[in-house]
Design a protein around this ligand. Structure first.
Ligand SMILES: Nc1nc2c(ncn2[C@@H]2O[C@H](COP(=O)(O)OP(=O)(O)OP(=O)(O)O)[C@@H](O)[C@H]2O)c(=O)[nH]1
Ligand SMILES: [Mg+2]
Length: 669
């Protein structure tokens, strides 16, 4: 037990997608992200629980297939183990794919740290009629305790904690995998040399094996010359011999073998089909947006009624307490209109996230990475880069963090560069509003086209940067396709609730503040309060940008101001239109009609609207995303360069759309 922290430090370590985070959430009550694809967790997280008054500190780690680390998040896990941050390893293994999971188990055993094997997903094992001889398994794995659990159904959790409390000091017994005499001989010689150099090494066999595998970290730390013994890399032999032992374990411990998983295979026959895979993906995304729009619209009505009631209540309240005209205007025309207007989009946001949660927890997302592998290969990225891009449909911040799963820094940066082009949920209100106003009969198709433009733009930019760099394409896809699962109600609820909370807190903070600031710059000018908004600070600032925005059909100071405000959060573009045009419920039919009329008065038509949506799709992501990008790339220069690049791309695309659209449809502005 760690005296300083007064608790047993337990590290959940295991293959990606084996249920470590589900287990961590079940013990700690945390709401960390869980999904059915490998590589969800990218940083180590801590939480507390207790058993019989004994405090236990749990550490959730990113999934790893082996202790030979390549990606950023794999290194996090290994560092956590090597730096003595855990007293006991709970090796979480997916019992329904035991064979694959045992490779890491054998590696961990060699570290000689106290260890418990938690066989997770026992619900699936039972459902499929698989039987595992737990006693034999424990015997063959250095007699470490083996505990069957189901993180999803929350069974076996007490037993696991009980085992932790009673066995956290017991390292594995003996040597689990005995290699061929030649390798054992070399291990023995290396051990002797290492021991003579540093007598305190407690897991000396592990170091010796890692030296034979040419492990970079151990070789760098190893200050003795082993060139006489480690004459070449023995990694292949060591891996093969571990797999031979796994075969032996499976033969002895798996009493009843699993029948082949026909459902996953049958579904994958279509969804990962070489030709049909991509159309299926585009079809599924179209379905997601269909639901987002249609069901969202049905629910929207109730939010509108609530907002109307709230606005008139606030108006009455302000009059009732004798508030001055400007405070009433700030509260009713500023805060209620801006923030309240944004809240009426909540139903659409909820449906979008419900659909994304369903796709993530069913296991479909990994398939998309798989089917997109070829397309991504042509632009010099692996299909794995497509996963963060898909997460970008929800929010750019976690999407940027998810790029940690990519092995090379160059690929990470290129993926970070293109991820903001994927339409995040914050852009949805802009699309709903403008496509609803200017393309009432084709709103869904127009909004969908923007998602496609974002996707195409991302791939095109990846292609151009690939060509410019002249680098060789990464064509290997190391992604495991998990079995399809019925999405878990708890996981989906946590996911959606988390996003709704984010949206509400954004409405209460960023959007709230942006609305107040906007109200002030709109009602104040160099000579104090103004009655004519065209003399306000906002108009002065906005006018500076008119010459730049005019070729894109966006040459009005109010549009310029809305776009600047949108840098704080993309929804603010919509709330800004509410405040700038004095519309109390912008998402209602009456609100849309009023805005449509006001915009129409200065010749803003459907081509302008599409150019505006294109600009909003492509221009610099919000402040939160820019901060995440700075953190992930560690370079302020690179981040500023990216923002400028995205502004330039957005401007060029909007100009192109407007000029070509005007030629075709004769729009004047
Ligand atoms: N049927 C079943 N599914 C489970 C169980 N535990 C987790 N899952 C599902 O397995 C998937 C992966 O779960 P996570 O907790 O995200 O896995 P992880 O090990 O943290 O994955 P990474 O963070 O990618 O390493 C999710 O879809 C979970 O709902 C279980 O006991 N039974
Ligand atoms: Mg996880």
């Amino acid at each position: 037990m760690n005296e300083e922290n007064k608790g047993i430090r337990v590290g959940f370590v295991g293959n990606p997608n084996c249920g470590k985070t589900t287990l961590f959430n079940a013990f700690t009550g945390a709401k960390l992200k869980v999904a059915n694809w490998p590589g969800v967790t990218v940083e180590r997280m801590e939480g507390m629980t207790s058993y019989n008054d004994c405090p236990i500190k749990l550490i959730d780690t990113p999934g790893i297939y082996s202790l030979s680390c390549y990606t950023m998040e794999e290194k996090v896990t290994r560092r956590c183990l090597e730096d003595g941050e855990v007293d006991v390893i709970v090796n979480v293994a997916d019992a329904s794919s035991l064979e694959r999971n045992l490779y890491l188990t054998l590696q961990l055993l060699e570290m000689k740290k106290p260890m418990i094997l938690a066989l997770n997903m026992m619900d699936l094992v039972e459902e499929r009629g698989i039987e595992i001889n737990l006693h034999r398994l424990s015997d063959m794995l250095g007699t470490i305790p083996v505990v069957p659990v189901s993180a999803r159904n929350r069974t076996g959790l007490e037993l696991l904690l009980d085992t932790v409390v009673h066995h956290y000091k017991e390292p594995p017994q003996g040597v689990t995998v005995k290699y061929t005499p030649r390798i054992e001989n070399k291990i023995c010689k290396i051990k002797t040399i290492l021991k003579s150099h540093d007598n305190n090494l407690d897991n000396i066999r592990w170091y010796a094996i890692k030296c034979l595998e040419y492990d970079k970290t151990v070789m760098n730390d190893c200050l003795v010359d082993l060139s006489g013994i480690v004459d070449r890399n023995y990694e292949k032999e060591i891996i093969n011999q571990k797999y031979d032992y796994i075969e032996e374990i499976m033969e002895q411990c798996l009493v009843k073998k699993e029948g082949s998983c026909t459902l996953t295979d049958k579904i994958d026959h279509y969804l990962t089909h070489p030709v049909l895979g991509v159309p299926f993906f585009l079809g599924i995304m179209a379905l997601v947006f269909f639901f987002t729009f249609t069901i969202g619209d049905i629910l929207k009505k109730y939010f509108e009624i609530a907002l109307d009631l709230f606005s008139s209540y606030m108006q009455q309240l302000m009059v009732g307490i004798g508030a001055s005209g400007w405070i009433t205007s700030l509260v009713v025309d500023g805060i209620a209109a801006g923030v309240g207007g944004i809240l009426t989009f909540l139903p659409n946001i909820i449906i979008l996230f419900l659909a994304l949660a369903f796709l993530e927890d069913s296991g479909y997302m990994a398939r998309v990475a798989y089917v997109m592998n070829e397309v991504m290969g042509r632009v010099g990225l692996s299909g794995k880069a497509f996963l963060p891009m898909l997460l970008g449909f929800g929010c750019t911040v976690p999407a940027v963090m998810a790029t940690r799963a990519l092995s090379s820094d160059r690929d990470r940066k290129r993926t970070i560069l293109i991820t903001p082009f994927m339409s995040c949920s914050a852009r949805l209100p802009i699309y709903i509003l403008f496509s609803g106003m200017f393309f009432p009969n084709h709103a869904l198709a127009v909004a969908y086209s923007l998602y496609l433009v974002g996707l195409i733009m991302a791939v095109a930019i990846a292609f151009i940067t690939h060509r410019l760099a002249g680098a060789k394409g990464e064509d290997t896809l190391l992604i495991e396709l998990p079995e399809y699962k019925m999405p878990d109600g708890r996981t989906v609820t946590i996911y959606v609730w988390d996003k709704v909370k984010d949206y509400l807190s954004k409405a209460g903070t960023t959007i709230f503040l942006a609305t107040i600031v906007l109200w002030f710059v709109l009602n104040g000018g160099p000579n104090g309060f103004v009655t004519d908004v065209s003399k306000s600070f906002a108009a002065i600032i906005g006018r500076v940008l008119i010459p730049i925005l005019r070729p894109a059909g966006l040459g009005d100071w109010r549009i310029a101001v809305a776009l600047i405000s949108g840098l704080s959060a993309k929804e603010v573009v919509v709330s800004s239109f509410s405040v700038l045009f004095g519309i109390s419920n912008i998402n209602s039919a009456a609100g849309m009609k009023q805005l449509f009329g006001s915009l129409g008065n200065f010749g803003f038509g459907s081509v302008n609207a599409y150019a505006l949506m294109i600009f909003c799709l492509l221009y610099s992501p919000c402040i939160a995303a820019v901060a995440a990008i700075k953190k992930e790339t560690g370079s302020i220069k690179w981040t500023i360069g990216m923002v400028l690049f995205q502004l330039a791309v957005a401007w060029l695309a909007a100009v192109l759309v407007f000029q070509m659209g005007s030629l075709l449809f004769y729009t004047k502005f």
